[in-house]
Design a protein around this ligand. Sequence first.
Ligand code: ADP
Ligand code: MG
Length: 252
Amino acid sequence: MTALLEARGVVKRFGGLTALDHVDITVGEGEMVGLIGPNGSGKTTLFDCLSRVSNVDAGSITFDGTDITRHRPHQVARLGMSRTFQVIRLYRDLTVSENMELSIQWEGLGASGLFTKTDPGTRRRVESLLEFLLLAPLRNERAGVLSGGQRRLLEIGMALMSEPRLVLLDEATSGVNPALVVEIADRLREVNRSGGVAFLLVEHNVGFVADLCQRVVVLDQGAKLAEGTPRRIMHDPAVVEAYFGAEGEVRK
Ligand code: ADP
Ligand code: MG
C-alpha cells in the first residue's frame, strides 16, 4: 500500500515535557487507522503536528509525496488533508449550512467568506453531505442548538467539504449517545468505501476503532507502544498493561 501520510521521528516538546518522542506513523491510501492511548499520551499533539497546527521540534512529515514539515495548515488542507478538533470548533450563532459553507474558506478568509456569494457547486455539496449525515432537517438551525452527537456529525461534514483524501478525526464519538455512535461508524465506513477517503481516528472508544480500522497505533507517554491489527493490539500484554489497566478494564 502506498503511504499517503508518512511521519518519521516526530518530536514535540512543551518546555521540559516531551509530548512526542520520535513517533513514526503512516496512513496508506484509503486506509482506516486508529490512534489510541491513555489521556495525555500525545494523540492530539500528534494531530496538531500532522495537520501543521503545531510545529515539530524534529522529524519529517510527507503527505502524498510532498514534504509538508514546514507547511501552513491551509496548505495542507489544500493538498487534501482535513481534520476535526477534540474541542469542537464551529460558529454557534451561524446555521448548520453556513458552518458547512465556511469550512472550505481555507485562505484565512474566515467569516468574511460569508459575505461572498456561495457558488451553486458548494451549495449542492453542502446539501448532499447534510442529507448523508442526517442533518438536512437541521440545515437552518443555529449550530449552537445541536446535540453533542449532531455537532460531531456537523464537524465531520465540515471536514468532508473540501473533498479530502485523508481526514483526521479527534474523538469523533466523545459525548455522543450510543445509537448515534453506530450511525457515525456507518457514515465513516461509507465515505471510506465509496470515496476511498483515508481516516486516522483518535478514539477513547476502543470498540469503535476495532470495528472500523485495519490497523491501530498505540501511544503511551509520547512514544509508540504498539502497532498492529485491532485483534493483535487488544491481546498485546504491553498495551493491556498501559492502556487497559491490570484488570483489563478500559481506563479513561
Ligand atoms: P492526548 O490527546 O493523548 O490526551 P495531548 O496530546 O493532549 O494528549 O497531551 C500530551 C501531553 O502534552 C500532556 O502531558 C499534555 O499536558 C501536554 N500538552 C499538550 N498541549 C500542551 C500545550 N499547549 N502546552 C503544554 N503542554 C501541553
Ligand atoms: Mg486529546
